[in-house]
Design a protein around this ligand. Structure first.
Ligand SMILES: N[C@@H](CCC(=O)N[C@@H](CS)C(=O)NCC(=O)O)C(=O)O
Length: 107
């Protein structure tokens, strides 16, 4: 992992490393909506770490809100859905916890 010369906070990766990270982020999805300040913090982290995480806007797509409520038990955003290697799902709430998870795995 390196950082961009233009902006040292932004992560840059070689093609192989980025492909590996992209495969890992295939197992993630973020439930959010644009005007939620906690979501914006998480989206900034996703951008800075150059992660391709599927974004599921619960205000644009009511089915996403239903999924979040049914799967996670709460319609609060942001929530990161993590599909684990054994196929089980983890619904990670709280912006700080989500940002810590992303930093721990991808920074
Ligand atoms: N402590 C939480 C706060 C999350 C929060 O309050 N999210 C609001 C949107 S900004 C929410 O989803 N409220 C419930 C709702 O809109 O149904 C965090 O840091 O993620």
């Amino acid at each position: 992992m390196a950082t961009s010369p233009q902006n040292p906070a932004v992560v840059t990766r070689g093609a192989d490393e980025q492909a590996r990270v992209d495969r890992e982020t295939d197992d993630l999805a973020l439930y959010y909506y644009e005007t939620c300040p906690f979501c914006i913090r998480v989206l900034r982290t996703i951008e800075r770490l150059r992660l391709k995480i599927e974004l599921r806007n619960i205000r644009r797509v009511p089915a996403y809100r239903d999924q979040l409520l049914e799967g996670g038990g709460d319609a609060t955003v942001p929530c990161l859905l993590i599909r684990k290697d054994d196929g089980t799902l983890e619904w990670l709430y709280e912006s700080d916890a989500i940002m810590n998870y992303l930093e721990d795995h991808f920074a």
